[in-house]
Structure formats: structure tokens, C-alpha cells
Write a protein that binds this ligand. Structure first.
Ligand SMILES: *Cc1c(COP(=O)(O)O)cnc(C)c1O
Length: 380
């Protein structure tokens, strides 16, 4: 590790090295899927045998992310979902897990299906109130995993990782934190007691909406980690070497991108909060947000670049607002340099109860005046 100024230098130098042969300062992309042996049948480089086991291109990205999260090891996967699935694939039938009531819908929806076929019991807790994790564990012999997503989707609820870790550990469970929205710029969950950090690297880590990738970072090399590593190696949900290289390149600008987007988000949240056509704004940086106090304690130097707001009126007004935006694009996803808006009610099933007038805004790094002018004109 080069420094510990919250990881900014580690990110800026991601994969930087000096190739004494060419003088290159960025690593090469290694596309080879297989690696040769010598006349004694020993591998020419013992680390490289077949790319489903290991490829030198993703080792750079994995080391960088492990250092950024203050973890021991990192594993990259072909998507955030592949990384998350690898954890749950290792659980035995009859296992019990605890997840928040509201969370990234892709994860919840997959978990519901997987738990049913794999005979895993799933209980929910209120992400605004960590004590309810304890309640969710009641009546079960043993809980294997407690899942936290903070700030979560789509309400940006903030969960106290330290308190959640205490409850999980007192009950011999592992605490996994989906830190996609917070990024290592604002929160390092392992420092707050989490055992495993989960990222959709598709989002802020890569930052340019052009790579699907996922990552897990572990505090230490425990049995679950071994099982997850073997799951990746044998089932093969790995990224390609070109994608890993793009991720590494994206991570070099992680801090400047995330700070600029987050500073824009804070200003937009304040603007929307004072707008007569907006009923509610969910952003952890606003003192009125229920998770603000925990966010101040847990998030270092900013509150992230995601927010949601409810347009006065109803579904039609919300859809019209999104439709009238000129600069901000209507599309799913988050974490890219461009701002995106999404009507979550149209995406999630009715029973999730997402308000019909809620718009989720993933703020990018465009000029703040242009973003506010676009929102102002669209809200009319
Ligand atoms: C996008 C996302 C995921 C899933 O990641 P993919 O890379 O799309 O597979 C999981 N959690 C959160 C919070 C996300 O935003």
C-alpha cells in the first residue's frame, strides 16, 4: 500500500508500474486464456496456468480495490450480480439469511428465487433501524449472513454498519455490505466491522457505463472466502481481461469523479428540497433525511451521488418531468459520468410499493448550473 490518505493516491496509481523493457507506465492487457509450461512441465510463471484460475490483467485491479477497501483480498467477477450470487451459492440448504426490506431490486429478486430453490430461509429487517436485525434472527438456530446495503435503493436509507456488525457477530453471522453507492471514497465498511464488501464495479468504480463487472473484498481469508474463490474458479463468472483493464483505468479517476458527482448531488438535493413541484427528497446529505446522523458519522467527506425525489401530483407528473429533461437521460443504472434518471415504479413490481411519483436520480459530473437548469425547466 502506497499511502493511506483515504486511498486517493492508491486509486490514482492503480496498476501504475514501470516496465523496464518498454518504459510503459500502464500495464498491458493479457488476452491469453492459457499459459505455457517448460520442458520439465513446470509453468513458465507459476501464477498463470489458465485464465479461469487467474489472469495477470485482473490481478492489478484486484490489488487496487483490496487496498482501497482496507481488505486482505479482492476477487473480480463478470458482474455485480455474479459476485453476489457466488456468496449465496456457497450456503447449504436450511441456511438462514437476513436482508433489508428495501434494497437494490436485482439482488432482492434473484435472492427470492434462489432461496426458494436452494431451500434457504430469508428474513427481512428495517434498514433504518438496525435493532430489527436481531428480531429477524429470532426463532432461527443460526443465521449465516446479514446483508446491508448503504445508502440503499431507492430511498438512500443509511444503515449503521458498526451496529449491524455487532449484532451479526454476537450471533456468529457474517456481515456483507453492498457499498456500490457509497464507494470507498466515502465509506470503508471493513473499517466499521463488516466481513465482506460487495461492489457492482459496473457503477462508480469503472465510472463510464461501458463495463459490467463485480467485486468482493474480504477482511481476511476465512472459510466462506475460500468457498467463494473456488466457486468463481470452478463456475467461471470472471470478467474478461479487456474489461478488467478498463476497470483499472476507470479507478484512477474514482476520487475526482465521485467527489464532483457528490458535490453536484448535494446542490441538486437542496434545490429540489426548495422546489414547489417536489414533495419529498431522499438524500442522506439533507438534515431532514432519517439517516443523516448515521451518514455524518459513517460517511467521510460526502454523501454520494444518488438521490430520489417525489414529484408533486402523481405518476403522470413524474413521467412528464423525466420525459422533459434534455440533458439528463432516462435510463437505468448509476455511477457513470453522465446523469441518469429512472422511474422505479415502472421497473419494480407493484407489491414493492415504490411511490408512483418517485424519480431516482444518479447524478453525474456535468456542470451543476446545467443540471439544475434542466431539472428546473422539466419540473416547470
Ligand atoms: C447495479 C447494482 C448491483 C448489481 O450489479 P451488476 O453489475 O448490474 O450485476 C448490485 N447492487 C447495487 C447497489 C447496484 O447498484
Amino acid at each position: 500500500m502506497i499511502d493511506d490518505n483515504n486511498g486517493q493516491t492508491i486509486a490514482a496509481k492503480a496498476g501504475h508500474f514501470l516496465d523496464v523493457h518498454s518504459g510503459a507506465i500502464t500495464p498491458e492487457i493479457q488476452p491469453s486464456t492459457t499459459f505455457a509450461r517448460d520442458d520439465r512441465y513446470d509453468l513458465i510463471n507459476a501464477a498463470n496456468s489458465y485464465s479461469r484460475d487467474c489472469n495477470p490483467t485482473f490481478v492489478h485491479a484486484e490489488r487496487t480495490l483490496a487496498d482501497l477497501e482496507h481488505g486482505e483480498e479482492c476477487l473480480l467477477f463478470s458482474s455485480g450480480m455474479a459476485a453476489i450470487a457466488a456468496i449465496f451459492y456457497t450456503l447449504r440448504p436450511g441456511s438462514h439469511i437476513v436482508v433489508p426490506q428495501a434494497m437494490y431490486w436485482g439482488v432482492k429478486s434473484w435472492l427470492q428465487k434462489h432461496c426458494e430453490r436452494a431451500d434457504i430461509l430469508l428474513s427481512e429487517y428495517d434498514p433504518c433501524c438496525v435493532e430489527t436485525i436481531e428480531d429477524a434472527m429470532q426463532g432461527h438456530n443460526h443465521t449465516s449472513i446479514v446483508w446491508v446495503e448503504t445508502p440503499n435503493n431507492p430511498y438512500l436509507h443509511v444503515t449503521d454498519i458498526e451496529a449491524a456488525a455487532q449484532i451479526a457477530h454476537a450471533n456468529d453471522a457474517m456481515l456483507c455490505v453492498d457499498s456500490t453507492v457509497a464507494t470507498p471514497v466515502y465509506t470503508k465498511p471493513l473499517d466499521h466491522g463488516a466481513d465482506l464488501v460487495v461492489h457492482s464495479a459496473t457503477k462508480y468504480l469503472n465510472g463510464h457505463s461501458d463495463v459490467l463487472c463485480g467485486a468482493l473484498v474480504t477482511r481476511e481469508d476465512h472459510a466462506l472466502w475460500q468457498a467463494v474463490a473456488s466457486e468463481r474458479q470452478q463456475a467461471g463468472a470472471l470478467p474478461g481481461s479487456f474489461d478488467s483493464w478498463l476497470l483499472l483505468r476507470g479507478m484512477r479517476t474514482l476520487y475526482v469523479r465521485v467527489r464532483e458527482a457528490s458535490s453536484n448531488a448535494m446542490k441538486i438535493a437542496e434545490f429540489l428540497d426548495n422546489h414547489q413541484c417536489v414533495e419529498t427528497v431522499w438524500y442522506p446529505g439533507l438534515a431532514s433525511h432519517p439517516g443523516h446522523d448515521i451518514a455524518v458519522k459513517q460517511m467521510q467527506g460526502g454523501f454520494g451521488a444518488m438521490l430520489s425525489f417525489a414529484v408533486a401530483g402523481g405518476k403522470e407528473e413524474a413521467l412528464h418531468t423525466a420525459g422533459r429533461l434534455q440533458l439528463i437521460t432516462s435510463a437505468t443504472s448509476l455511477g457513470g459520468v453522465e446523469s441518469l434518471i429512472e422511474h422505479r415504479h415502472s421497473i419494480e413490481p407493484e407489491e414493492n410499493g415504490i411511490p408512483e411519483n418517485l424519480l431516482r436520480l444518479a447524478v453525474g459530473i456535468e456542470h451543476i448550473d446545467d443540471l439544475i437548469a434542466d431539472l428546473d425547466a422539466a419540473l416547470g
